[in-house]
Design a protein around this ligand. Structure first.
Ligand code: CA
Length: 337
């Protein structure tokens, strides 16, 4: 229920209609902001030209020169303005004002040390990039001033483990890191070593970690481009809780990352099925050749484990596949000789 409360708060925050209020991001025309050694560059995506537009930072206000060309992606620098405009790299409030005959009255971008900002200041070489028409921003290590923003250039990882206060891994703990358009959760589950990996846009994430019998824990994490945040989440749990049993109503099949991985002699693969079912676990090489059948039988609902001890095969990457009459899940593992 606490997760739903958080969702509600965020929804209210994002949907405020008045851009002049303290909404940190409301983006129609602001597209990308980068700081250089000598100043700043701001990319705008004007729908109907820039005539009569002006920009306000925390300390200055400046009109755009009427000669600024109208293009799909306009790069604004100090030279584009009729008077100086200081933008503080450590944090500022940047408003773009547009004459009222245009579709949207203006934009506000708040970042860094400015009160209420949810976007940290961009590190050197990075820009704050905004996905157009959406309340979605990220740090881009390959800024594209004058060209469309490319989110695929700005991804990072959270590499985490979830344990109880005794340091025992929590298996199947839910790590919620986003929400889909319908308000549903987007999450990963920890594997048999309590480990999880999230690969996502380089932006602040709010993680919410939930495991049955344990106290929920939420935190804000910054993902930087091409970087990995290493994280240990410790939950307070009832004594003896180190697995998160699937609820009887669960209808999902889970195939966890093998542990250890990479491995040299044996590795354990955990998986969970929602009902009693005939299932098969097989190992394939990357060309799709069957290497070994690990299991082929009917098993009851719940969490199971199987151990694989490769014999007579070369080191390399292999695939392990869980097949049931209605599902197939595959993961990779690394066998070292
Ligand atoms: Ca751009």
């Amino acid at each position: 229920m606490r997760v739903r409360n958080v969702l509600l708060v965020l929804a209210v925050f994002f949907s405020g209609p008045q851009y002049a209020q303290a909404n940190p991001v409301m983006i129609h025309y602001l597209s990308e902001l980068r700081f250089t050694r000598t100043g700043w560059e701001l990319e705008l995506t004007p729908e109907d030209g820039l005539e009569g537009c002006w920009i306000t930072s925390r300390s200055d206000t400046a009109f755009l020169h009427p000669t600024v060309p109208y293009e799909d992606y306009v790069v604004i620098t100090a030279d584009s303005l009729q008077s100086p405009l200081f933008i503080d790299p450590a944090g500022d409030s940047l408003a773009l004002y547009i004459p009222p005959n245009m579709q949207h009255p203006g934009d506000l971008l708040v970042f860094g040390d400015y009160p209420g900002a949810r976007i940290p200041a961009p590190p050197p070489g990075c820009s704050i990039s905004i996905r157009r028409w959406e309340d979605f921003y990220y740090f881009d290590a390959s800024p594209t001033l004058g060209a469309p923003n490319d989110t695929t250039n700005a991804m990072g990882d959270i590499d985490g483990v979830v344990t109880n206060t005794d340091g025992d891994a929590l298996i199947g703990a839910k790590v919620i890191y986003d929400y889909n358009d319908l308000g549903g959760e987007i999450y990963v589950l920890t594997d048999s070593a309590g480990h999880f990996l999230i690969h996502d846009f380089a932006r602040p994430e709010y993680l919410w970690v939930v495991a049955e019998g344990c106290t929920d824990h939420g935190m804000r994490i910054q993902i930087w481009p091409d970087s990995t945040v290493v994280l240990t989440v410790i939950l307070e749990c009832e004594v003896g809780t180190n697995e998160y049993p699937l609820r009887p109503s669960a209808s999902v099949y889970l195939l966890f990352q093998n542990n250890p991985n990479p491995f040299s002699s044996a590795t354990t693969i955990a998986y969970s099925i929602p009902r009693t079912e005939f299932m098969r676990m097989s190992i394939f090489d990357l060309k799709g050749n069957l290497i070994e059948k690990l299991l082929e039988k009917s098993l009851p609902a719940g969490l199971h484990r199987v151990t694989w001890q490769p014999q007579g095969i070369p080191a390399g990457t292999y695939l392990y596949t869980l097949q049931t009459p209605g599902s197939q899940l595959t993961r990779r593992c690394q066998f070292l000789k």
